[in-house]
Design a protein around this ligand. Structure first.
Ligand code: SAM
Length: 236
């Protein structure tokens, strides 16, 4: 690797959130031609690699090694290597490791490109039936400390609000929405793009009753109606 080489490009490559057919041609090409792929979980991504016959060397980049691995990847990029970042699913950076690396890369004058594709938050929002003209992405709420404060801080939010949640906490999340934000319309999507994809829409009490009535497995996105559309139902 020469120190005089022009820096390589850092690619943030979106991967499917369940359905491998959602992989884009460009994503496959970039992963095949990059010098190195930094994956959140190399074992998990090897399934994707096998499916698309990608043979590029992989290295692990995740929240537990990002402090040491980030600067190493920057050295690779400065040395002329192109690096593609992938996570277990969806768009890197969206509740997934990536932001610190992007920041380091920009500071080092490295070109950063997004290879767009699946993102659970956007998929759930557009099918929610709730307003999409403005929305607030909240990702995962903290499990304990600060959870209530974060929820209360959303009380006056006028755009739709998007949460990610695990199956064993989704009922708790809806109970908190009802308690802290009041009765609102919500849309709960699970297993997006997969065989058992399902979206339950309606007032939070009704959706809670449905979720409590039987076991619902899988990964969830919860979209909540913002305040303004309740006050001004005729707004666009
Ligand atoms: N980077 C990903 C993205 O672009 O959507 C999100 C990664 S985050 C660690 C994982 C969370 O995303 C899950 O707990 C769930 O809330 C949501 N998620 C991912 N895939 C999903 C799917 N197929 N259906 C519903 N929610 C999903």
């Amino acid at each position: 690797m020469s120190n005089n080489a022009s820096p390589g490009t850092l690619y943030l490559v979106a991967t499917p959130i369940g359905n491998l057919d959602d992989m884009t041609f460009r994503a496959v090409n970039i992963l095949k031609t990059a010098d190195l792929v930094a994956a959140e979980d190399t074992r998990n991504s090897s399934v994707l690699f096998r499916h698309f016959e990608i043979k590029t060397p992989m290295t692990a980049y995740h929240e537990y090694n990002e402090r040491t691995k980030g600067p190493e990847l920057i050295q690779d990029l400065l040395g002329g290597k192109s690096v593609a970042v992938i996570t277990d699913a969806g768009t890197p950076g969206i509740s997934d490791p990536c932001y610190p690396l992007v920041k380091l890369a920009i500071e080092a004058g490295i070109r950063v490109e997004s290879i767009p594709g699946a993102c659970a938050a956007i998929s759930a929002l557009v099918i929610s039936g709730l307003p999409v003209h403005r929305f607030r992405y909240e990702g995962f709420l903290p499990h304990k400390k600060g959870r209530q404060t974060r929820m209360l801080s959303l009380k006056e939010e006028t755009g739709s609000i998007i949460f990610y949640e695990s199956p064993h906490r989704v009922v708790k999340l809806l109970e908190e929405i009802k308690e802290f934000l009041g009765e609102r319309n919500v849309s709960v999507s699970r297993e997006l793009t997969k065989k058992f994809e399902e979206t339950i829409r309606g007032p939070v009490s009704d959706v809670l009753a449905i979720l409590k009535s039987k076991e619902h497995k899988g990964e969830f996105v919860v979209v909540i109606e913002g305040l303004s559309d309740r006050r001004r139902p005729n707004e666009d």
